[in-house]
Design a protein around this ligand. Structure first.
Ligand SMILES: Cc1cc2nc3c(=O)[nH]c(=O)nc-3n(C[C@H](O)[C@H](O)[C@H](O)COP(=O)(O)OP(=O)(O)OC[C@H]3O[C@@H](n4cnc5c(N)ncnc54)[C@H](O)[C@@H]3O)c2cc1C
Length: 286
């Protein structure tokens, strides 16, 4: 029996601990270290999911990692995940060839529920690969663009070469009336764009804090200062949502790896509101 078959033979298709077999149909390189995997189920229906949810992706013989779904909830096939190559499992996933089978568990976790912001201005604040978990929420809003006021996307990356989905962001600006503002931490000599941290964009961004919602995803240090800057502009904490990352193994609230005081990030999160998170955001993960 192949390693893949051995690891998926455990019975019970509905068991959340049993991975479903998916085949990689395409690996798209987005930046130097970031790749998008397109997946189709080997059998059965495509996975339906809500914006903000994640799956556990299993590289057979290597290990399993949580990765947010980066595709469009309205078009769940092929299933998309955008992955930064940082270690053993992510390396195995992004280096896999089309046709390779991997395991998928989930979807797990809470949603951005961006529809709660209908009738209001919407501010997406994101840094680096944080744009990937936010992309499904942005697509949800753009699918019903008329229901929202101003839509802003404030995006920061380390360097111009690290900008993710650059062409798509330009399309959102041109076709969907999204006010896209980008900044980079470091730029080569002669770079024409803005240099500085994404949180600096929040101070001057043109939205009405009395009627805006914000959705924030990125490194925790960036989310902490972004949420604080948004609150400083007058956004109430319950209208600021963040996606938390904690090391996790089971994805279903059993193993406790992702516990943050009374929360299990895998089931109570990853998307949580700032009212709930603010007192917890200084707790280091175990
Ligand atoms: C809910 C959730 C959603 C995620 N979504 C994405 C995504 O869409 N795209 C993506 O590229 N990554 C995402 N991650 C992070 C991803 O799970 C880790 O990068 C991955 O587990 C690293 O595994 P590895 O074996 O390749 O590297 P490891 O050798 O395990 O780790 C390499 C480095 O990454 C750090 N690291 C490991 N796990 C995490 C983590 N959970 N958060 C922050 N740093 C970590 C380690 O400390 C180490 O420095 C998500 C994590 C969570 C919890």
């Amino acid at each position: 029996m192949s390693t893949a078959a051995a690891e998926t033979r455990i019975a019970g298709a509905d068991d959340p601990m049993v991975p479903r077999r998916y085949a990689i149909t395409r690996v798209r390189q987005d930046t130097r270290d970031t790749f998008t995997l397109l997946l189709d189920p080997v059998d059965g229906d495509p996975l339906t999911f809500k914006a903000g949810q994640f799956t556990m992706l299993h590289a057979f013989g290597v290990g399993e990692v949580p990765i947010s779904i980066s595709g469009d909830p309205r078009n769940p096939a092929p299933l998309e995940h955008t992955i930064r190559n940082v270690g053993a499992v992510t390396r195995a996933l992004v280096n896999a060839h089309p046709g390779t089978e991997i395991g998928v568990r989930g979807p797990f976790g809470t949603s951005w529920d961006a529809a709660d912001a209908a009738g209001h201005d919407v501010v997406f604040v994101t840094g680096g690969i944080g744009l990937a978990p936010l992309r499904p929420a942005i697509l949800d809003v753009l699918a019903e663009r008329d229901r929202y006021g101003k839509v802003l996307l404030l995006y920061g990356s380390r360097t111009p070469d690290d900008i993710l989905y650059g062409d798509e962001m330009r399309r959102w600006a041109d076709l969907n009336d999204v006010n896209v503002q980008m900044t980079v931490d470091n730029a080569p000599y002669g770079y024409q764009g803005k240099v500085g941290f994404v949180t600096e964009l929040i101070t001057r961004a043109g939205f009405d804090p009395r009627r805006a919602w914000a959705f924030v995803c990125g490194p925790e240090v960036m989310m902490r200062s972004a949420a604080s800057a948004l609150a400083g502009r007058g956004l109430p904490a319950h209208r600021i949502r963040l996606s938390m990352e904690r090391s996790m193994k089971c994805g279903i609230g059993l193993c406790g790896h992702c516990q943050l005081r009374d929360l299990f990030i895998c089931v109570d999160g990853p998307v949580l509101d700032y009212a709930r998170l603010e007192p917890l955001m200084n707790v280091r993960e175990l």
